[in-house]
Write a protein that binds this ligand. Structure first.
Ligand code: MN
Length: 502
């Protein structure tokens, strides 16, 4: 059972560290940690008073829920307003205390966050037709202030942990909503830890039989592999020491059950867990990027890598910011093991994503959000703005959902302009998608493209790392309607249609 002291302890540690985690993207510096513990205590008292006498279905007093939420936020290293909003997030909904009172006591920023969370709380899962609407609201909230989503995630995590006490129908609804709405968003925000936890908590409620099967059939295999991996880790430790390579930590990590379940669904695996090489992976955390490559070299001297399974996500990060080196090797006794190597910063980024580089601007003064007072989204978050803009244009829910599956949840690739600017597009995007992404005029006048210096067609598929140069024709009348068959982005589609309508 968490207590106020647990929360204060974490905040105190954050304060001692001075600044929080080092950012992955150097342009964004973590905020200075200077939590006012007295104010946090007051917020706790305020919430406790407001929820007095309320008992959750699970039997505990209500205050435990907002407290658990605030503790998660403190672990993520979020700022003071977020922690206070976490403590107060259910106050206006459930009690007679009003937002006005919150604003009076804790300021307009906290009040804004709490009201954002309250509005999001009105989203209920009502089947797929409501799904798009729910996503819309999430994105609007996100664009207003990304912290609203982070608090909502922490809130949801605790609700899932106490789901047992609710009636079955409600359990299913909340769990399904977590899988279909919250987890994908956490993933897109790069919060791998939160995504994995949400999924594994929801999994048993949504697919009880599958979960039971997995636990019975696969868990023993995982435990066996864990034992084996322990031996491998000892060998690696010795070898690293011989070469004077520093390690921060080295451990085995079992694949999360829900992601295992999803992988087993794919035709290639067809339910056969012996084909899954990363059931248990070895994770090596080292101080610097140079150490990552040196460590990989050492591993490959010890054990031969499987062809085609070396992945350098440091040079080419995943679209959600994930960085690591992955390699699968023929290890001790010829067994196959996946090794993941990363720095501590990369590790925190992988766990907490956007929250790991929560920041004030470099100057240290209060940053302005584009257009209004508040926080600025890091550049990486441009897609949130894009989504909100599209949803203003697209009124049909079905169409909005289609565009989301195309652009948002689809795997992304990184391609480059001739000047070396990085542009991220959905997989299988074409030069036309690229052209419209750069500028509408360039899209409308696109006559051809060079991919890596070679002439290419407008409907060729782009690959990760391609350098694209668009050839335009000034006198071209407009886009070809044929392009509609091949483009992958909603933006290109809409612009081709609107140019053709003129
Ligand atoms: Mn709540």
């Amino acid at each position: 059972m968490p207590t106020l002291n647990d929360l204060l302890k974490i905040l105190e540690q954050n304060n001692k560290k001075g600044t929080n985690r080092v950012p992955i993207f150097p342009a964004f510096r973590r905020h200075k940690a200077d939590y006012d513990l007295i104010l946090i205590r007051l917020a706790y008292d305020f919430a406790e008073q407001a929820h007095k006498g309320q008992i959750r279905k699970s039997g505990e007093s209500y205050i435990e829920h907002p407290l658990a939420t605030a503790i998660t936020l403190a672990q993520m290293g979020l700022d003071q307003d977020s922690i206070i909003a976490g403590l107060l997030h259910d106050v206006p909904e459930d009690t007679s205390s009003s937002l006005v009172e919150i604003e009076k006591n804790f300021g307009p920023e906290v009040a804004k966050l709490v009201s954002g969370i309250t509005k999001l709380g009105m989203i209920k899962y009502r089947g797929l037709e409501k799904y798009a609407e729910n996503l819309r609201r999430m994105f609007v909230a996100m664009a207003q202030d990304i912290r609203i989503i982070l608090i909502k995630m922490a809130d949801r995590l605790h609700n899932l942990k106490t789901l047992k006490a609710l009636p079955e129908e409600k359990q299913k609804r909340i769990a399904r909503e977590s899988l279909e709405i919250y987890a994908p968003i956490a993933n897109r925000l790069g919060m791998g830890g939160v995504k994995g936890e949400l999924e594994d908590l929801a999994f048993p409620y949504v697919y009880p039989e599958k979960y039971a099967w997995l636990k019975k059939e696969i868990l023993p295999a995982i435990e066996l592999k864990m034992e084996y991996v322990k031996k491998v880790i000892e060998v690696i430790k010795k070898e690293l020491a011989k070469e004077n390579l520093k390690v921060i930590s080295i451990h085995g990590r079992a694949k999360r059950l829900y992601s295992l379940y999803q992988k087993l669904q794919k035709p290639h695996y067809n339910g056969d867990a012996s084909k899954i090489y990363d059931l248990v992976a070895i994770r090596i955390i080292v101080p610097t990027v140079a150490d990552c490559y040196q460590t990989l070299g050492l591993i490959h001297r010890l054990w031969k890598p499987l062809p085609g399974r070396i992945k350098d996500y440091i040079a080419q990060p995943k679209p959600n910011g994930y960085q690591s080196l992955h390699s699968t090797v023929f290890c001790l006794d010829g067994k196959i093991v996946e090794i993941q190597i990363r720095t501590l910063e990369m590790h925190e980024q992988a766990e907490y994503g956007i929250a790991a580089h929560w920041h004030y601007k470099e100057s240290g003064r209060q940053p302005k959000k584009i257009g209004e007072k508040g926080y600025m989204l890091p550049k990486k978050m441009q897609w949130v703005e894009d989504l909100v803009n599209w949803q203003k244009e697209i009124h049909d829910n079905k169409q909005y959902l289609d565009s989301l599956t195309l652009d948002f949840f689809h795997n992304r690739i990184f391609v480059f302009t001739p000047k070396g600017d990085v542009i991220d597009l959905p997989e299988e995007a074409t030069p036309v998608d690229f052209a419209y992404h750069v500028h509408t005029w360039i899209g409308n006048h696109c006559a051809g493209a060079k991919i890596n210096g070679q002439m290419a067609g407008c409907d060729d598929r782009l690959k990760n790392g391609d350098v694209i140069e668009i050839i335009t024709e000034k006198n071209k009348k407009g886009p070809n309607r044929d392009w509609l068959k091949s483009v992958k982005t909603q933006a290109a589609r809409a612009k081709i249609k609107s140019a053709a309508a003129k």
